[in-house]
Design a protein around this ligand. Sequence first.
Ligand SMILES: [Zn+2]
Length: 299
Amino acid sequence: MIPYVREIKFEYGKADQVSPLIRRVVANNPGPFTYLGTGTYIIGRGEVAVIDPGPDMDDHLEAILAALEPGEKITHILVTHHHSDHSPLAGPLKARTGASIYGCAVAEIPVDDSGVRMEAGADFGFSPDVSLCGGGQVLEGPGWTMEAIATPGHTSNHICFALKEENALFSGDHIMGWSTTVITPPDGDMTDYMDSLDKVKAREFSVLWPTHGPPITEVTPFIEAYIAHRRAREAQVLKAVTEGHGKIREMVPVLYADVDPRLHPAAARSVLGHMIDLVRRGLVTTDGTPGPDSEYRAV
Ligand SMILES: [Zn+2]
């Protein structure tokens, strides 16, 4: 249903000019949450911005610096969110270049005692020099203009960056071409996530550049399919509750029957994300705070 885009040509550590204003260099950190690796973007010419410097890997730091032309200077380091495949290299890159770090620090370190591995890991020490929490800030360099857009959902602090000159959006992990994104409560929030999808859709960007994988050029149909996929999953969850399957652990093997059972613990976190949203919207009820072991009832 989702028209995934997964075709991408690159060589690890080698920068490619992928649009008039955008260069990309991919880190050699492929994995189940990073696809073929973290795509770090370099924006502009002369005085440039770097988006999502990536994991703390020496060879990737050297590759970013080697991507610069003689005389070029990194002035801005922009970070979409605090996951370990996005932000940790910001500090080392700042130390080498003197550039300032822009992004939104996570407000409180979430307690997730589920023990379920859902992400590449988190970088809770991420602390930007300039806070972009809430979005709306405009950053500029010679020939480029970037607007921060707050897009909470995948994480509470997720920021997308809109490049005005190309009507392009750097979508981080909010919208990816190769996969759906992971929404893990408590830092991930399904209600916010759906609002953030609507927010991006309304802007009618010409192209999305996710941090992992190739660009998305059929933007509106892609986002519509992304939204429809979540609503379809939500309808399945609601149906299961209505039919008396009130426990997440009972409904996961049914809803995800076609999915490898080893992924069921992760699927259960995603169902919890839906459940919290459904309780908020008054469609489902439970006693106390909605949790992984709560008993849910249809309203
Ligand atoms: Zn992430």
